[in-house]
Design a protein. Structure first.
Length: 161
């Protein structure tokens, strides 16, 4: 174990909601998840991926999930997107996790900081689709009358051409 790993465990322990302090097994896990450039290893990423996939519906957004490391947010969400888009197997996900960790290790090695996940403001400009089920008969009739008026105007314009 290196001093960087121990420092990482000391920083991460208060953020993990251990009460009053982590047990020795948890201390070792905290120390061992520190890899080159402060990134976790592939096994930690895969464990976090499976945990997030199982628990993601319990949270309003990915930003509200308690990520063990800031880079996990970026890697796990990229892995989920790739898994859904390309129907990846477990072995392919492990390879993707390795590539993502290598990419992030290079970026951190060049001095780039890992952005922390920040909750986004929801887009409230347009109501979500399920709101349509609350339309009244009057609003539907008004919409149909408006549509009919537009169609009549279009037919007059086409007739004059």
């Amino acid at each position: 174990m290196t001093t960087k790993q121990i420092e990482h465990a000391l920083i991460q322990a208060p953020l993990r909601k251990y009460y009053p302090y982590p047990v020795p097994r948890d201390w070792l896990e905290l120390c061992l998840e520190q890899q080159e450039n402060g990134l976790p290893d592939v096994e930690s990423v895969m464990a976090c991926f499976h945990r997030y996939s199982a628990d993601r519906l319990l949270y309003d957004s990915p930003e509200h999930y308690s990520w063990p490391h800031p880079v996990m947010y970026w890697i796990v969400l990229d892995m989920r997107t790739a898994m859904k888009n390309r129907n990846l197997s477990e072995a392919e996900l492990i390879q993707l996790a390795k590539r993502q960790l290598k990419t992030w290790s290079e970026r951190v090695g060049l001095g780039e900081k890992i952005p922390t996940p920040v909750a986004r403001i929801t887009d409230n400009r347009r109501p979500p689709a399920p709101v349509r089920r609350f339309e009244t008969q009057t609003s539907q009739m008004t919409g149909l009358a408006f549509r009919k008026a537009i169609q009549e105007k279009l037919s007059k314009v086409r007739a004059n051409q």
